[in-house]
Design a protein around this ligand. Structure first.
Ligand SMILES: Nc1ncnc2c1ncn2[C@@H]1O[C@H](COP(=O)(O)OP(=O)(O)OP(=O)(O)O)[C@@H](O)[C@H]1O
Ligand SMILES: [Mg+2]
Length: 379
């Protein structure tokens, strides 16, 4: 961790007609800031805008249309960065009518949007992360896909190829195409799907100890673990892409008749899950079904912390950490221990929001405090 040479940081942010902000221009202190304001004033919107520059979509999963200020046509987001690799300025704009999105890094439009992903190096902790734990498998696949797309070169391309082939194959299964036609898709499905599965399995194995350690540290003794619950039968150690493709092929052959009956592909990374298991005497239970609200929040925070570690090691710089009201609903013991972990691990810029001044202060109160009121920030 000490090998990290630099820290990414937002220096400036400019918004036009983004959510409830008509016009906003901010200069951030290098260490970061605590943004304090009532419910509904725009705290989450502000973090959503900052994170937009990382993935060019809403971290809340909102469509771009919803990000345009009511009654307006176009939103603009522009960030000036320090220490974020080659990206010094990232801009994005979206027009409602044409549904056209424009992105520029250092003034130039990338050939593909995917080339500009992850330009900042930022991790966001939000109350919506509850769905990472309590939500459907699809929510956790989305998390895996975003983390890996941002931190493993080649992953996004493989995932896109896989999805395309899957779409064709499912259409073939629905329309009852011949075995020969179906088999034409199987090889590509297994090859690209095998890569996706192998990448995911490898990442989950890599972060599993760090997840367990952080969960136990926050929960004060209780333990939990993560594992890849793949529909493709994998051994105990993460397989390489070739072995995963081989297992995938075998499973496709086995499930062929059932797939025809059901008219869809029944195995593959699109059916997989990130299992999050609470360990208790005598066995394990899915945190999704059996965890309390606080336990689920704890697991979500531990997942974001391992994501931050992944950003740190993959990009060789400290990520910016965005904390949206992160201590809501947690008991004082857990909140205090999260704070300690964050102080310990997150050395870069921190931008946090809270509805009120808190006794829980990050950086021993050295962060600047700003107030936010109905779309205006008082610095
Ligand atoms: N497209 C939009 N145009 C204008 N206003 C919007 C738009 N989308 C959302 N809003 C408004 O933005 C306001 C602030 O939302 P935000 O989620 O940022 O609040 P918050 O400060 O995080 O509140 P809380 O403390 O409750 O989480 C809400 O009143 C919401 O109605
Ligand atoms: Mg909010």
């Amino acid at each position: 961790m000490s090998a990290v040479a630099s820290s990414a940081a937002f220096r400036k942010l400019r918004l036009r007609n983004f959510r409830n902000f008509a016009e906003l221009e901010l200069s951030f202190p290098p260490a970061g800031v605590a943004v304090i304001g009532d419910n509904g004033t725009g705290k989450t919107n502000l973090l959503e805008a900052l994170y937009y520059l990382e993935i060019f979509r809403s971290f809340r999963g909102a469509p771009d249309e919803q990000l345009v200020r009511f009654g307006e046509e176009v939103f603009h987001v522009r960030g000036v960065l320090d220490g974020a690799g080659s990206a010094r300025e990232i801009e994005a704009a979206f027009e409602r009518r044409s549904r056209r999105k424009r992105v520029a890094v250092n003034g130039a439009e990338p050939d593909r949007l995917g080339d500009a992903l992850g330009g900042v190096g930022v991790v966001i902790f939000s109350p919506a992360d509850m769905t990472l734990v309590a939500g459907a498998p699809g929510d956790r696949r989305r998390f895996l896909d975003i983390v890996l797309s941002l931190n493993r070169p080649g992953y996004l391309g493989a995932l896109q190829r896989y999805r395309q082939i899957l779409k064709h194959r499912n259409a073939m299964l629905r329309s009852g195409g011949s075995d020969a036609l179906l088999a034409a898709w199987d090889e590509g499905l297994a090859e690209w799907g095998g890569r996706v599965v192998a990448w995911r399995a490898e990442w989950i194995a890599e972060i599993a100890p760090g997840f367990a350690r952080r969960y136990a540290a926050i929960a004060g003794g209780q333990t939990a673990r993560v594992a890849y619950a793949s529909s493709v039968p994998l051994g105990d150690t993460p397989p390489g892409a070739e072995a995963a493709a081989e297992a995938f092929r075998a499973e496709l052959a086995r499930l062929g008749p059932r797939e025809r009956e059901r008219g869809m592909t029944l195995v593959g990374p699109h059916r997989d899950d990130l299992a999050i298991l609470l360990q208790r005497d005598g066995g394990e239970a899915e945190l999704r079904d059996f965890g309390s609200g606080g336990q689920q929040r704890t697991a979500a925070i531990a997942l974001r912390m391992v994501e931050a570690e992944t950003v740190r090691s993959a990009r060789g710089r400290e990520p910016v950490v965005l904390l949206d009201d992160v201590f809501a609903e947690l008991d004082p013991g857990r909140s205090g221990r999260i704070l300690e972990l964050l102080e310990d691990e997150e050395r870069g810029q921190v931008i946090l929001t809270a509805p009120k001044e808190s006794d829980l202060e990050l950086r021993r109160g050295s962060l600047a405090h700003w107030r936010i009121e109905a779309g205006a920030v008082l610095t």
